[in-house]
Ligand binder design. Structure first.
Ligand SMILES: O=C1O[C@H](COP(=O)(O)O)[C@@H](O)[C@H](O)[C@H]1O
Length: 260
């Protein structure tokens, strides 16, 4: 486990079990701090491999020590499919995480799956705006954005995070909190996603990256490799005042200059 100043803290783990243990511990710590400070914990999940790596939260000691009643769940990105569809990020989280935790059902804010991608993004942003007004979600002191207590991201081998894909116009979105795409290079094509300003306004951002197939993207996202990597979505994750932590396994971290 080591630190790298500019690109946040980088934690490299020998294997997935160690990574899962550390990740659960870290999320539980952030939850405790947030509940103490604000009385709630507003956490945004992603889909993909991240969810199974959060599995340790379902067991001891967290089942007893975490105040699950204070958790409010959101999605940093979602595929615009039915909630029971195998591609749904909500279904993934529900089946493998949320159904095993005593989270208050009304605190789980998933998208409306009966709408178009554009409508779903607009409605999801509206829901978030209401919860910012009541301070269930904090407000950023440096931008006109919500300040989630924690946004959890995965990263694809192409360096995408949430549904922010390389060379996609979605990366330019500066005004909306939640936007939509209908041309995702990774299926399914229709998705909603938090925009970069929202992700970069969070109090804490965690990016979880595992496997050798993501080692090159991890290097470009984290190492000091020159201006061409500035276009990689994962490299654009730079919380303005929040804390960024990378959780990598040794394969994903194998090409990092600073850690080899
Ligand atoms: O499509 C998506 O992919 C990314 C990365 O997924 P992974 O399985 O390679 O970890 C995920 O973070 C995002 O939420 C999801 O919609």
């Amino acid at each position: 486990m080591e630190s790298k100043k500019d690109r946040g803290e980088v934690r490299i783990h020998e294997n997935l079990d160690e990574l899962s243990t550390d990740l659960a511990d870290y999320v539980a710590e952030l939850s405790e701090a947030s509940v103490k400070e604000r009385g709630v914990f507003a956490i945004a999940l992603s889909g993909g491999s991240l969810i199974s790596l959060m599995r340790n939260l379902c067991g001891a000691p967290y089942n007893k020590t975490v105040d699950w009643s204070k958790w409010y769940i959101f999605w940093a990105d979602e595929r615009v499919v039915a909630k029971n569809h195998v591609d749904s990020n909500y279904k993934l989280a529900k089946d493998h995480l949320l159904s095993k935790l005593p989270i208050v059902p009304s605190h789980v804010h998933s998208i409306n799956d009966s709408l178009t991608a554009e409508e779903a993004a607009t409605e999801y942003e509206f829901v978030i705006r209401q919860l910012v007004r009541t301070r269930v979600i904090n407000v950023s002191e440096v931008s006109d954005c919500p300040k989630f207590d924690l946004i959890l991201l995965g990263m694809g081998p192409d360096g995408h995070v949430a549904s922010l894909f390389p060379n996609h116009s979605v990366l330019e979105e500066k005004n909306e909190w939640v936007t939509f795409i209908t041309t995702s290079p990774k299926p399914p094509p229709e998705r909603i996603t938090f925009t970069l300003p929202v992700i970069n306004s969070a109090a804490n951002v965690v990016v979880v990256v595992t496997g050798g197939g993501k080692a090159e993207a991890a290097r470009l996202a984290i190492d000091d490799v020159g201006p061409e990597c500035e276009v990689l979505p994962a490299r654009m994750i730079e919380p303005v005042v929040g804390k960024l932590v990378w959780f990598l396994d040794s394969q994903a971290g194998s090409k990092l200059k600073s850690f080899s």
